[in-house]
Design a protein around this ligand. Structure first.
Ligand code: SAH
Length: 279
């Protein structure tokens, strides 16, 4: 078996015929990055890695994995990949990298990362677009061992995650993400950087779990689902309809003006409101 580390990622893609079955590649949301300086830039956003292990979701042809290896310094790296067909390619990297690396073939949505035999970890991923938001919501369920997450999303999704109140992108995903994590946009990536290029632009963002985050956000999830269905309505009107026991006092306690629309309410105020409404 020849060492693939002597090949570029473009050559690896060709060697293993990864786009010979296009519908299959599409079903897995496969758009691969081949530019090593861009891949290094993504990993750099997670630095300093400071002690923990690393999880990569969707390694594909391992361009990002190779960049991670350059910084990993013996740390354990676990890659979770849904497409089993990539195993021969991964076996080659396992054989020649000499790294503390392993691959799990499963849907990331099926895996509770905290149950893995792993220390506190950083997650790095160029997420498949079709399930990016779903995977993020799954990761947010259990942040106890997460140091930080550096993730690539479709640009519009990244903007919704990081949006501030009063802007058109601010919504449920912003509130849920920001109540649990500090969310910052790192940089944009042109669709031309991918093979094959997707129809959308991308952004890399970094999410760092907050130390004082709430332990349970089920009620906040329910509340934001109700409120952001009616973005244009006043909060007072929405709550009066949805909660039979609602009284104006609750808004006063949360320092929310009754005529405010959901998009004008801060993350902290939403959290406070959820504790009052479901008390
Ligand atoms: N990291 C590589 C590939 C990104 S494409 C790069 O940057 O070039 C997205 C990858 O995620 C593909 O390899 C795809 O097969 C994999 N994938 C898709 N859905 C997945 C899921 N639900 N769980 C884990 N991996 C998934």
């Amino acid at each position: 078996m020849d060492n693939d580390l002597n090949l570029s990622i473009a050559q690896v893609i060709k060697k293993y015929g990864l786009f010979e079955n296009i519908p299959r590649a599409k079903a897995f949301g496969q758009h691969f990055l081949c530019d090593s300086s861009l891949l290094t830039k993504i990993v750099s956003c997670a630095l300093p890695l400071g002690g923990g292990d690393i999880i990569e979701i969707g390694p594909g042809p391992c361009g990002l994995t190779r960049a991670i290896l350059n910084f990993a310094e013996g740390r354990k790296i676990i890659c979770i990949e849904k497409d089993q067909n990539l195993k021969p390619l991964h076996d080659n990297l396992l054989k020649y990298s000499g790294a503390n690396l392993s691959f799990i073939y499963d849907d990331a949505l099926n895996i509770n990362l905290s149950n893995l035999d792993i220390d506190r970890f950083t997650i790095i991923s160029n997420l498949p677009y079709n399930v990016g938001t779903k995977i993020l919501l799954h990761l947010l369920q259990d942040l106890d061992k997460v140091k930080s997450m550096v993730l690539m999303f479709q640009k519009e999704v990244a903007e919704r995650i990081c949006a501030i109140p009063g802007t058109k992108n601010y919504g449920r995903l912003s509130v849920i993400s920001q109540v649990l994590c500090n969310c910052e946009k790192c940089f944009d990536v042109s669709n031309r950087a991918f093979f094959p290029p997707p129809d959308v632009q991308s952004s890399v963002i970094k999410l760092t779990p907050k130390i004082d985050r709430p332990s349970d956000i089920k009620n906040l999830e329910k509340l934001t689902a109700i409120c952001f269905q009616h973005r244009r309505k006043a909060i007072h009107t929405i709550l009066k309809k949805a909660f039979p026991d609602f009284s104006q006092n609750i808004l006063d306690c949360c320092e929310i003006e009754p005529n405010t629309r959901p998009e004008g309410i801060s993350v902290d105020k939403f959290l406070k409101l959820s504790t009052f409404l479901f008390a």
